[in-house]
Design a protein around this ligand. Sequence first.
Ligand SMILES: Cc1ncc(COP(=O)(O)O)c(C=O)c1O
Length: 391
Amino acid sequence: MKGFEHLQEELNQMKDEGTFRELIPLESAQGSRVTIKGKDVIQLSSNNYLGLTNHPRMKEAAEKAIEEYGVGTGSVRTIAGTLSMHEEYERKLAKFKHTEAALVFQSGFTTNQGVLSSMLNDQDVVISDELNHASIIDGIRLTKAARKIYKHVDMESLEEALKASSEYRTRLVVTDGVFSMDGNIAPLPEIVELAEKYDALIMVDDAHASGVLGENGRGTVNHFGLDGRVHIQVGTLSKAIGVLGGYVATSQTLKEYLIHKGRPFLFSTSHPPAVTAACDAAVDVLLEEPELIQKLWDNTKFFKDGLTKLGFDTGISKTPITPVMIGDDALTHKFSDELFKEGVFAQGIVFPTVPKGKARIRTIVTAEHSKEELQEALDAFERAGKTLGIL
Ligand SMILES: Cc1ncc(COP(=O)(O)O)c(C=O)c1O
């Protein structure tokens, strides 16, 4: 079909540069082992931290919701698409997060976009960590607010930005709780101190901390004992929670404001009953099965220690996101391919997602992996590392 020639040219260029990637379909359910291209492999690239994508209690809740309420809602939340279960779930989530209120969006991405684009205008400034997630960057692009970017987790750089922001009505500091490519945790206690000193609001994106950090997986704010001192907590229901969606846990005022002004909330259909029911059951799982989080952290320690003992560089990670630093883009892809031959699915992350020279294999172990599987994966890393001269 004509009209797409310039797009095809760009794609061809990506192919020449080696940055074009095919999608890799799973031929089985998500889990610690998956089937890809007919081969049974250990999955180390999902965000299914607690293995909840297949939790029996959540599947049962979803099936029951389909039977009772059908498969869709037929409307956006603000017209005819709010089910009582949506509101019950939001109350439950707020209680879990120790906040006044919570509001669910269609995804973590649209939560960041919706919150940032609606609550700020040209009287305000947003001060953002340079390595924040794309959805924060896009949310910022959609505001008329002034923007300042501080150096990654650099508190001097943040303080400079805060000092230079006194003329604005709202100063909003925004950071990922856990950074998705390196697995390091934002220095939230220092950020809170600075924000309080300069009378700024704080927004934390806990996509990789919900279900992972804090008591029963309440997130970064709870992990640092900062409940009540962070104004906006965004999280995703698509990673550790195992389903789909995003939420903001915050004040009743911001919730009501977002219901009226948050564009993705206003203009996109609400979650199907099965999604909400499964997310609701996930909160019960977090509260009643804390051993899953314990297992996630035990597995994380086992795998990280194993990689380090083998001689791999795992960067600055403090969480289950463990990068194996390789450096060169092409070598990283080769390593990923070699791992696949050895029975492990672990995707390479290269430029432009990470800076040139910082290409890596990004691994995430889950609570579902057995020690035997993790040892099998470590053995595969060793063999592949030796084959390619990385070790
Ligand atoms: C830090 C961060 N924020 C937000 C998102 C978006 O979440 P979702 O997949 O629910 O849209 C992601 C997912 O990649 C993420 O890593």
